[in-house]
Ligand binder design. Structure first.
Ligand SMILES: [Zn+2]
Length: 336
């Protein structure tokens, strides 16, 4: 058994997860380094608990350059009162805190991509130690898990909340119901390029009701995308019965990523010219983007063509593309 052979986590919380009330504190992770011999990484968190009831675990900054989650969660942590809550809310606005402070997808300490580091390791790198703490301490406390993502510096998305198709259909239904409650303009039945090592997978394998988002991108947030995140997290807590009140419904359109044909990857690098924008309808065979070789003039560009009918839900964000980059993601409109 993996669990039995692992040493305890080196992370110490400065809060008591079982205590009622509002606690603002830290996950303190010892990190000895040149500028601080006995130093620590201090990951901010808030716990709000009021009696018995479900626990929601809310995370942003799993990738350090995605901002809607941290905005919504720093805001929620500041305003949530114990008397508003039935049960418990655990808020970690910036899960990969070193990456968040650096404004990068992965950690500047160990290049760790949090969402490829699960189940983590208590004797591993800083990123692996954080993952292990979520795997063995925080996820087991949770009934529902909301992990915010956006496109970061290299992708841009139509704003959607998402869950995965799961083998356990009761678990899947609960997750899709929570996606509906979130109330983003778009809701996604999401397919992953490679689900190994993801926080999503760890939570789902533990039987948790797990939902995620992709709310924009380009390494920034907009007024619209931040508002979607703030409304969405409150709606999720209302739907779970943790906050009072009814879900503030906006219309949502359901999307599906049916298979790997939804992804287009660049087969050469260069200057990218978008041929369609987010939300545009695309037919199979249609050009979604053109890649110009930039080493010389007069060379033919490489056209990237859709492999299915659908609408554009994500696109490569920077103006230059490298071989292997994800250029576009398509999805089909479906009924929930
Ligand atoms: Zn992300």
């Amino acid at each position: 058994m993996r669990q039995a052979t692992l040493r305890p986590s080196p992370i110490n919380p400065t809060v008591d997860f079982s205590a009622d009330g509002v606690q603002h504190g830290f996950l303190r992770l010892p990190y000895s380094r040149d500028d601080s011999a006995w130093g620590s990484v201090m990951i901010p968190l808030t716990v709000v608990k009021n009696g018995g009831g479900p626990t929601a675990l809310l995370t942003g900054g799993n990738h350090g350059d995605e901002y809607e989650g941290p905005i919504a969660l720093f805001d929620l942590a500041r305003g949530l009162k114990a008397e508003d809550v039935t049960g418990r809310v655990i808020i970690v606005p910036a899960m990969n805190y070193p990456a968040f402070l650096a404004g990068t997808r992965t950690s500047p300490i160990d290049k760790g991509n949090m969402n490829r580091s699960f189940p983590g390791a208590p004797d591993g790198t800083v990123t692996q130690k954080i993952a292990d703490y979520f795997q063995r301490t925080l996820l087991p406390l949770a009934d529902i898990v909301l992990d915010f993502h956006s496109g970061g510096k290299t992708l841009d998305f139509l704003p959607f909340c998402a869950a995965h198709i799961l083998p356990d259909k009761a678990q899947e239904t609960k997750a899709f119901d929570l996606v509906s409650a979130f109330g983003a303009p778009w809701s996604m039945k999401m397919l992953e390029i490679d689900a190994v090592g993801m926080y999503d997978t760890a939570a789902e394998e533990m039987g948790k009701v797990f939902i995620t988002t992709e709310l924009g991108g380009g390494g920034t947030a907009t007024a619209r995308s931040a508002a979607i995140a703030k409304t969405g997290v409150a709606n999720v807590l209302r739907a779970a019965g943790i906050l009072k009140g009814t879900v503030e419904g906006g219309e949502t359109t359901w999307l599906n990523m049916p298979d790997g044909n939804c992804f287009c990857f660049a087969e050469d690098g260069g200057l990218i010219e978008p041929f369609v924008d987010l939300g545009d309808a695309v037919k199979s065979g249609q050009i979604v983007a053109r890649v110009y070789p930039v080493g010389r003039t007069g060379a033919d560009p490489l056209d990237v063509r859709a492999k299915m009918d659908g609408i554009l839900v994500a696109r490569h964000f920077p103006g230059l593309v490298k071989s292997g980059d994800c250029v576009s993601v398509l999805a089909t409109i479906v009924t929930k």
